[in-house]
Design a protein around this ligand. Structure first.
Ligand code: NAP
Length: 332
């Protein structure tokens, strides 16, 4: 395993990490979660990702139980949770000081830990002033409930505002962002945030590196029974991912990538994960899995990164044909 600094901080996260969205509490029970997390941990994963909104808190409970059972040293782990969707009451969602404090405290209880290493604002909240959210996240750090804070799916503009507010008010600034990033979803990580890496030392913990499994090739011909896009609860995801014109054109690209992966002697999941790892602004690639075998397959992506040399990356680029435009360098 390779360990990368999270942005400009002194914290090291495993380049491949493991998260529990959709899976824990839905497809994966505590016993299977234990086997999965142990497989990831044994492969060198130190960062485990969660959110208060995953299966109504069940996912955090399962992760907490697994960590307790495994008896891992707390200092060997980087744990996260994300606050935004905490329940149905008027103050159970969003990024008010009240919900950040109460949501974080409830999450820590479910995870059976005194603190999370990383605390994320799971989405931007248009109803709460950014100043209030920055102040609340700083307060969670002062109270020892989190060590670093960050955002998920915030615009570069909002991130910069949060950073400036924090600097002006002598509060902790956001360190990391959790954006979607994969071969089909590139704009934010490759273009929108590009100045933030340099200016504020932003780290990234990227999600859905396999586009929910699309990039494994499993949806090329049909929707396999029991797969994520077969789950009734996630029919909205199936609609977005494969039942639109855009979705169908993505599958055509996966079909073109597959023979090239074979030529390189690697699998599609390995290629898609290694492609994310090639980006130096990616601090960690959060993988997800419904079986132990998938965890093993995904961890093996670490061994094939070198196969994606410049020539291979160019070939992939020509198949994807979706590279975000870059700002013009007028110095020539
Ligand atoms: N911040 C956010 O808003 C946000 C949003 C989403 C996710 N996340 C985080 O990012 C993590 C990863 O996201 P993700 O689960 O969407 O990642 P992903 O890698 O795009 O999708 C994972 C899913 O793909 C399938 N899969 C994985 N490995 C496979 C393999 N080797 N072969 C075949 N199928 C495979 C499995 O689904 P099936 O077997 O069921 O088909 C698995 O659950 C989450 O657990 C969560 O921690 C954060």
């Amino acid at each position: 395993m390779e360990y990368r600094f999270l942005g400009k901080s002194g914290l090291k996260v495993s380049a491949l990490s493991f998260g529990s969205w959709v899976t824990f509490g839905e497809q994966v029970d505590t016993d299977l979660a234990y086997e999965q997390m142990k497989t990831a941990y044994d492969a060198g994963v130190n960062f485990f990702d969660n959110a208060e909104g995953y299966e109504g808190g069940k996912s955090e409970e399962i992760m907490g139980d697994v960590i307790k059972k495994a008896g891992w040293k707390r200092s060997d782990l980087v744990l996260s949770t994300k606050i935004f969707w905490g329940g149905d009451g008027p103050n159970d969602t969003g990024l008010s000081f009240k919900h950040i404090k109460e949501g974080t405290e409830a999450a820590l209880k479910r995870m059976k830990t005194d603190y999370v290493d990383l605390l994320f604002c799971h989405r931007p909240d248009m109803h709460t002033p950014i100043e209030e959210t920055v102040w609340a996240m700083d307060q969670m750090i002062r109270e020892g409930k989190a060590l670093y804070w960050g955002t998920s799916e915030w615009s570069a503009e909002d991130l910069r505002i949060a950073y400036e507010v924090a600097r002006r008010e002598h509060l902790r600034p956001p360190l990391m962002e959790q954006p979607q990033y994969n071969m089909f979803h590139r704009e934010r990580v490759e273009r929108e945030y590009s100045k933030l890496y340099r200016d504020i030392g932003l780290g990234t913990t990227i999600w859905s590196p396999l586009a929910s499994g699309l990039l494994t090739g499993k949806y090329n011909d049909s929707v396999p029974e029991g797969s994520r896009l077969d789950l009734e609860k996630y029919s909205w995801l199936r609609k977005i991912l494969i039942e639109t014109e855009e979705g169908r054109s993505k599958i055509e690209k996966v079909k073109k990538l597959a023979p090239f992966a074979k030529e390189l002697g690697i699998t599609m999941p390995q290629m898609a994960l290694a492609w994310c790892l090639k980006n130096p602004n990616v601090s960690t690639v959060i993988t997800g899995a419904s079986t132990v075998k998938q965890v093993e397959q995904n961890m093996s992506a670490m061994d094939v990164v070198d196969k994606l040399d410049d020539e291979a990356m160019d070939k992939i680029e020509s198949i994807l044909d979706n590279k975000p435009g870059q700002e013009q360098d007028w110095r020539g």
